[in-house]
Ligand binder design. Structure first.
Ligand code: AMP
Ligand code: DBH
Length: 564
């Protein structure tokens, strides 16, 4: 087992931490990854001057915490408890192994892992090497993974042997065979410590080129509105600013115990305050394979969890759970809820029923994150999605002609600031559409803002479905459906759902010569599953229709379909 090879190597006792392998000296020159739109120099200068960008890499931050909180438990995964000191050693050893495979500064590596302790080894080892992780979600399947690997020209793909019945090892073989840039497909074997991955934890590395804090640290995924997911380049400097501020705003400290119940690679789980916020604060992270009450409540009770971050449907499961009274949840102080709009009715129930403070989070992997503050009055916490992190987050609410709107009037949310990207990775055309000439990101969200700057999300302009926090691009699913031989046309929309907020519905028009009896929702779902896409993107409902409703200019009226 990978873990066993390392367990006991370093117990966080009297031994000194093995030295990091860096050449001592200043950070090397900043290298701009091709296809990335940089922050303009005057903005970068301003963000440095104001102390937002501190010239630190994520690995510097991680090893700072390894030193400061050496004896604290960093990660709890089942029966395993890993201290910061031990995690630091595991990371250095794995970084050594990965560097011997030729992975180094600037190399893209697609990471495809569930909520397991080894995720921390892999991600921080890659940061240490200055390699650029691309964060796939565990739910992603062949079509998405192949795309991430080839689009990012990944040198390596790292996954687990199997998870929830899916054979990731087989996928790794397929990816290695079909994406030429992928020189290594590495499989973390949870059962057998003799396999290749365990062997990578050799001696710590000695000599390693540092990366520059202005470099791209990783590529995060966007929920997407286009046929293919977009990749979001975030720098060490900009991301660490949100991490420090998020940890502060969410009240994390080395006494905190945070339950990681959402998919670990999601931007929310990474950073709001997420695992990086916990690492920065020296907090304990308890890994849960899912957020369902029967998994989460026993963990809260056993580990005296003080906070967790959920999406609205999971928060509803917690509120409506019949087993809630069987567990002691009294340690819980703060519950973050975000990723999709939380209804006021549900928001109001959190404090009286779960006994903790609700903190609404409205964020995006592209940058801007808003939080209600822990000291805010309850009326504001339940009715708003929060206030920006930074005084230098420029937030505009504009009408369709780009004219700024007064407080209280809903409009399009545009933003620019010290941690919001200036463009997607290698996406010239999309960037022209989604960013203004002066660098504001057009979020596609409709919000209203009050006099203090608090935002309330009232709708969405972009063609995207938010299925309980999981974002689905209709165009991506329509394209896949159109590749079905019986389908003439497809239109995918979000329709209201009590629990998820929205679910995915596909309308399809069959080819004239196709017998409608030969096509069923079951068969269409199977077809999409065989294409290899994340389960949350597969439509919950299908409807076969003769034709689509049209707008007066002859386009498919998705509004009519949503409301039908
Ligand atoms: P992504 O760009 O894929 O990271 O998804 C971010 C999007 O999720 C935002 O632009 C919003 O549309 C949505 N979102 C995130 N948090 C919230 C929230 N608290 N309320 C409503 N929508 C949210
Ligand atoms: O939905 C999101 O992408 C999201 C929600 C809350 C996010 O990226 C974040 C906080 O950082």
């Amino acid at each position: 087992m990978v873990e066993q090879m390392q367990w006991g190597v370093y117990d966080g006792g009297e031994e000194p931490m093995p030295a990091r392998g860096h050449v001592v000296g200043p950070h090397p020159e900043h290298v701009l990854l091709e296809g990335v739109v940089p922050f303009p120099a005057e903005f970068a200068e301003r963000y440095r001057e104001r102390g937002y960008w501190k010239g630190e890499t994520i690995a510097d931050m991680f090893f700072g915490s390894v030193r400061s909180f050496a004896h604290n438990v960093a990660v709890v995964d089942g029966e395993k408890e890993i201290t910061y000191a031990k995690l630091g050693e595991r990371v250095l050893r794995l970084a050594g192994g990965l560097s011997r495979l030729g992975i180094g500064r600037g190399d893209r590596v697609v990471v495809h892992l569930p909520n397991v302790a080894v995720y921390f080894d892999v991600v921080f080892a890659l940061f240490e090497l200055g390699a650029i992780p691309v964060f796939a979600l565990q739910a992603h399947r062949r079509t998405e993974i192949e795309y991430f690997c080839s689009f990012a020209q990944a040198k390596a793909y790292i996954t687990i042997d199997s998870c929830e019945g899916f054979d990731h090892a087989a996928l790794a073989r397929e990816i290695a065979a079909c994406v030429p840039s992928v020189e290594r497909a590495l499989v973390v074997d949870m059962q057998d410590d003799c396999r290749e991955f365990g062997k990578l934890y050799g001696e710590p590395l000695f000599h390693q080129e540092r990366c520059n804090p202005a470099d791209v640290a990783f590529l995060q995924l966007s929920g997407g509105t286009t046929g293919k997911p977009k990749l979001i380049p975030r720098t060490h400097d900009d991301y660490l600013y949100t991490i420090r501020e998020s940890a502060r705003i969410c009240g994390l400290s080395s006494e905190s115990v945070h339950l990681i119940a959402l998919p670990i690679a999601h931007n929310y789980t990474m950073s709001s305050p997420g695992i990086l916020g916990c690492v920065y604060a020296g907090a304990k992270m308890v890994l849960a394979p899912s957020g369902s009450p029967d998994v989460a409540f026993p963990l809260i009770s056993k580990h005296h969890v003080t906070s967790s971050s959920l999406v609205p449907p999971v928060a509803l499961l917690w509120l409506n759970s019949s087993v809630r009274d069987e567990w002691d949840l009294s340690s819980l102080q703060v519950l973050q809820v975000g990723g999709a709009k939380l209804s006021q009715e549900a928001a109001r129930r959190v404090k009286p029923e779960l006994g903790c403070t609700l903190q609404q989070v409205f964020g995006m992997a592209e940058g801007l994150v808003n939080y209600t503050r822990l000291s805010d009055p309850e009326s504001l916490v339940v009715s708003s999605q929060g206030l920006r992190i930074s005084p230098d987050d420029e937030v505009r609410v504009v009408d369709d002609d780009g004219v700024d709107l007064p407080a209280g009037v809903p409009g399009n949310l545009l933003t620019r600031g010290p941690y919001t990207i200036r463009g997607y990775y290698c996406a010239l055309e999309v960037n022209e559409r989604d960013f203004t000439l002066d660098g504001f990101y057009c979020t596609g969200d409709i919000v209203s803002r009050d006099e203090r700057g608090y935002l309330t999300v009232t709708g969405r302009k972009k063609d995207q479905i938010n299925r309980g926090g999981e974002k689905v691009s209709p165009e991506e699913i329509e394209n896949l459906l159109l590749s079905h031989e019986a389908i003439h046309d497809a239109s995918v929309v979000g329709v209201r759902d009590e629990v998820l907020g929205e679910k995915v519905k596909a309308f399809v028009v069959l080819r004239e010569d196709v017998d409608p009896g030969s096509v069923s929702p079951f068969k269409l779902k199977k077809f999409l599953r065989q294409k290899g896409i994340a389960g949350f993107k597969i439509p919950d409902e299908f409807e076969i229709v003769e034709e689509f409703p049209e707008t007066f200019v002859g386009k498919t009226s998705k509004r009519a379909q949503r409301e039908s």
